[in-house]
Each structure stands twice: as structure tokens, then as C-alpha cells.
Design a protein around this ligand. Structure first.
Ligand code: 13P
Length: 247
């Protein structure tokens, strides 16, 4: 069975003081290494110190496709591993949209992360225009297929998927549970075909305006195995409630 995760993507938010307050207020029960946070890269070391006490695993919002060397501004998998990082987001729609990340580039990052022992969370999702044109499944499965090109897995914990409809991110508009499940179900079919018996156990997160008020009905869907949360992960009380909902 796929494990259920709650992952906070803090994006370019939170001051050092906000982070201190967040961890002092955070109350988590039933933590089974399934509550994760991706802070700004500059804050990863600091967050690791505070997160450890709460059993929260830490990752980055992006990762380099390269090993090391002359790649100004990039985030090294080795360095993230050395610090104690556990995972990285790859192909978030904001990276695709504002930094022109292509499926091919995203695929290289996924391969690099897995090679180095980080867990990539491959993010995919359609725009509103693509949904309106009836292309949701084609776009999402296309992104996954390309993003996972040549990827081999030994077990289900080496990779997570996140379906985040672009039109639902930061807009307050959530896909209905049924809309999300329809896409998650197709992703599940693809993963089963692509990875055989591991496929059903790979967790597929939903992201896009997830909050304490809507998380339970989303998690009740057969193929929604957690949330990738922006805005509502910034406040300890909300993130605690979201984590509680995974139980
Ligand atoms: P919001 O939860 O703020 O809509 O952001 C979702 C997201 O992009 C998480 O990666």
C-alpha cells in the first residue's frame, strides 16, 4: 500500500523568525517519517536543526542535474545529502513556468536525485487552458512519461509523484476530490504499467490550495496518498492539522 505523506513547500517565504516560531508551535502526532518540509535553499541547514527534534524530514525545492563543478547558482545533490536532506521537488510548475524547465531537463534532475540517494518528488499538472481543451490526462501523463524516462526503481520509497493542477496553485481553487482522483487514477495505472509490482505502492500527492478544511475529503480518495502544500504549510497550526489528517 502507498504510504501517506504531508509535504510543505515553503516556496520563497518564511523569515528566520517565522521558522523559529513555526517549529516551536508545531505539534505532530503519529510521525512516521512522512511529514516533510522544503524551505528556501538558504534556510535548509537552519531548518534541519529545528526539524530533527520534531522528526520532520527536510528537502530542497529544486536540484541540479549536474554532479558538481562550474554551475553557478545550482543546488548540489551531494551537498544536500551531506547536510542531511532527504528529498527534492523536481519540475514544480513554477519552475516550468518561470524558469522554462523542460521535461527533458526535469528528467535529468530526477535521474540525478535518485542516483545520489535523494527522493525526487516529480511535480506535474495542467494549465486551465489545457484542462478546458480536454487535454488534462494527455498533458499529465506526458509530463510523467518524459520525467521518468530511463528511471529504474528498487523500491517505492525512491520516488514520489505530485499532481498539482496549475490553476489550483495559490488560487484558493481546489480540484474537487473526484476531479483529482480521476487524474490520480490514471497516474496510478501508468505507474503500475511502468514499474510493475512497485507501481501501486508509489505515493501520489495532490497539491493546489490544500488546507485543513478540504484535506480529509482529498485523502479519502483511493489514489491520493498525501498533499503537497504551499500556503497552508506556512503556519504551524495548519500544517499540524494537515499532518494529523494523514492518520
Ligand atoms: P498552494 O497550497 O499555496 O496552492 O501551493 C501548492 C503548491 O504549489 C505546492 O507545491
Amino acid at each position: 500500500m502507498a504510504k501517506t505523506y504531508m509535504v510543505g513547500n515553503w516556496k520563497m517565504n518564511q523569515s528566520l523568525a517565522d521558522i523559529e516560531n513555526f517549529f516551536s508551535d508545531l505539534k505532530l502526532s503519529h510521525n512516521q517519517n512522512n511529514y516533510w518540509i522544503a524551505p528556501q535553499t538558504l534556510h535548509i541547514s537552519h531548518v534541519l536543526k529545528l526539524a530533527g527534534d520534531k522528526g520532520v524530514l527536510v528537502g530542497s525545492q529544486n536540484i541540479s542535474d549536474q554532479d558538481h563543478g562550474a554551475f553557478t547558482g545550482e543546488i548540489s545533490s551531494d551537498s544536500l545529502m551531506e547536510l542531511g536532506g532527504h528529498f527534492c521537488l523536481v519540475g514544480h510548475s513554477e519552475r516550468r513556468q518561470y524558469y522554462n524547465e523542460s521535461d527533458e531537463f526535469i528528467n535529468k534532475k530526477v535521474l540525478k536525485a535518485i542516483e545520489k540517494g535523494l527522493v525526487p518528488i516529480l511535480c506535474v499538472g495542467e494549465t486551465l487552458a489545457e484542462r478546458d481543451a480536454g487535454k488534462t490526462i494527455e498533458i499529465v501523463l506526458g509530463q510523467i512519461k518524459a520525467g521518468l524516462d530511463s528511471v529504474q526503481l528498487n523500491n517505492e520509497s525512491e520516488l514520489l509523484l505530485a499532481y498539482e493542477p496549475v490553476w489550483a496553485i495559490g488560487t484558493g481553487k481546489t480540484a474537487t476530490p473526484a476531479m483529482a482522483q480521476e487524474v490520480h487514477g490514471k497516474i496510478r495505472e501508468f505507474l503500475a504499467e511502468r514499474f510493475g509490482e512497485i507501481g501501486p505502492d508509489i505515493s501520489i500527492l495532490y497539491g493546489g490550495s490544500v488546507k485543513p478544511a478540504n484535506v480529509s475529503e482529498l485523502l479519502a480518495q483511493a489514489d491520493i496518498n498525501g498533499g503537497l502544500v504551499g500556503g497552508a504549510s506556512l503556519k504551524a497550526a495548519d500544517f499540524s492539522a494537515l499532518c494529523d489528517a494523514t492518520n
